[in-house]
Ligand binder design. Structure first.
Ligand code: FMN
Length: 486
């Protein structure tokens, strides 16, 4: 494909690379990035980005606008968590850690690269195994809002005691309305069967301790059941655990049983089309508080000059490593996944939250996932290259109103309707298509939106009007009569 081939939407494709102010330093190893935090100086977001909407919840915790960053190198340490929390990312998932007394190193570099050409979403029906992915350390994107990346880190982890104290540190940096979830995984390279299940339980309990879970302090743990770029001891690419409903159930059931009842349990899945997703969700829906997804999509990446882009494992310097594809290429897979989850949740009346992840590059993508049923949205690839994303979202006039906010807007509109001076609860309920009790609750909780008149209608029902409507002579008389009568 030549560089000036138009994109399918007719936009001319830029032939030159764009400059990104990336927070992650792709030239440096993971360990250094983790220690040093973002490579760019970032002013904290302005106050309005943090505006707290006390009625919004995720996992039962109050949250601000539910935008966040999923488990990734951007959330691998307290320094990063602080930087992202200051930018207004409210739902932060600490990068997957393991139970490893001496820690686990990352795979040899490169670990994270841009890929060529994948600057449009792939169709969920495309044969993903067959897509050609080309990229190298020198590859740069041509469109700052539409690009894809591939990574292969191998889920490195600091020693258990070290990440536990770092998680405690990270908690100090959260503001009201921000949530920290800790992602964990068992050592699937070495362990199988019950041993792997036990390892998931162990690491989840270590995370629960680090988060200081107690009867009055709920913690949130995410099980990473979906990492696609794992390499078994023999060097072969392994499939994500979540593709197997039985394995998924065994792990989730054991972890749920071991954690304190108040601890929230999230599972992170990879893309599965609805037919394959349904049995997995069916197996665990009653045990989990949220389902997050999607993870990256497993691909093999070649360098532009030929040969594998990611080579060498901890035991075999020549092994070709599969990689995880992220960014705009996987956007429509994430949408499809969230729609399927929301459909299953509605159909079966389950009540887990949905954390939508994958290919979010622009405010529009956040709204699309929220409108498809997500209760929160996270972005890794966009956040890595534009850590000020929440500000962009805010500037775009984003926040999707909550259901209650929408009702309040409708009540206000109904009260301001010039056809009526006063409205009954029943009349408002009819307009809003909800029950009169719900309207009564809403007005009780938000006395600022309506003034209750001293008058009643002919049937003795309460009447409401806008708070700024002047008190009429009839109302005054009515009030005097009421005072005299009581
Ligand atoms: C460099 C990198 C490392 C990641 N590491 C993890 C991880 O440790 N655990 C996990 O559950 N997901 C991990 N992910 C997956 C992301 O959380 C996310 O699901 C995926 O990148 C898709 O979102 P995006 O398109 O916004 O990047 C990683 C992604 C990237 C790009």
């Amino acid at each position: 494909v030549s560089q000036d081939t138009p994109t399918t939407d007719g936009r001319p494709r830029g032939s030159t690379a764009v400059e990104l102010d990336s927070a992650y330093d792709y030239e440096k190893p993971f360990s250094e990035n983790r220690k040093e935090g973002p490579r760019v100086e970032l002013d904290p977001a302005p106050d309005e980005v943090f505006a707290l909407d006390a009625r919004r919840e995720l996992l039962g915790f109050p949250v601000g606008y539910p935008i966040g960053v999923p488990a990734s190198p951007l959330t691998a340490s307290a320094v990063w968590i602080k930087a992202l929390a200051d930018q207004g990312f409210n739902v932060l998932t600490y990068k997957t850690v393991r139970d490893a007394p001496d820690g686990r190193p990352a795979f040899p570099p490169p670990n994270w690269i841009f890929v060529e050409e994948l600057d449009e979403p792939l169709s969920p029906d495309s044969a993903l195994a067959a897509i050609r992915v080309v990229g190298g350390s020198q590859t740069r994107p041509r469109d700052a809002r539409a690009f894809s990346m591939a990574n292969s880190f191998g889920i490195p982890s600091p020693p258990t005691a070290e990440w536990q104290s770092d998680v405690r540190e990270a908690l100090r940096f959260l503001r009201a309305g921000q949530v920290l979830i800790v992602s964990v995984a068992g050592n699937y390279e070495e362990l199988r069967g019950q041993e792997l299940v036990d390892d998931f339980v162990r690491v989840a309990l270590h995370a629960e301790t680090a988060l200081g879970a107690s009867p009055d302090r709920a913690a949130a743990i995410e099980l990473n059941l979906s990492c696609p770029n794992t390499v078994s001891r023999e060097g072969r690419g392994a499939r994500p655990i979540c593709e197997n409903a039985d394995d998924t159930y065994r792990i989730v059931n054991a972890v749920r049983g071991a954690l304190a009842p108040a601890t929230k349990l999230v599972i992170k899945l990879s893309f599965l089309e609805r037919g394959r997703l349904a049995p997995v969700v069916e197996a665990v829906a009653s045990h989990v508080d949220a389902i997050a997804g999607i993870n990256t999509v497993q691909v093999s990446v070649k360098r532009p000059e030929g040969g594998p882009a990611f080579r060498g494992t901890l035991t075999d310097p020549d092994a070709e490593r599969p990689a995880g594809l992220s960014g705009v290429a996987i956007r429509d897979l994430a949408l499809d996944f969230v729609r399927s989850l929301a459909y299953l949740r509605r159909k079966r009346e389950w009540d887990f939250d949905i954390i939508g992840i994958g290919g979010v590059m622009e405010p529009h993508d956040v709204r699309a996932l929220m409108a498809s049923g997500a209760d929160a949205v996270q972005t890794a690839t966009a956040a890595a290259n534009n850590a000020q994303f929440p500000r962009v979202l805010w500037g775009d006039g984003h926040p999707e109103p909550t259901w209650e906010e929408r009702l309040l807007q409708l009540v206000t509109a109904a009260l301001e309707d010039p056809r009526w001076a006063f409205r009954t609860l029943e009349g408002l309920a009819r307009d809003l298509r909800v029950g009169p009790d719900q309207v009564a609750d809403l007005l009780h909780q938000h006395p600022e939106v309506a003034r209750r008149s001293a008058m009643t209608d002919r049937e003795g029902r309460a009447l409401y009007t806008t708070p700024d409507r002047r008190i009429s002579m009839r109302e005054r008389l009515e009030r005097a009569r009421w005072i005299l009568a009581h």
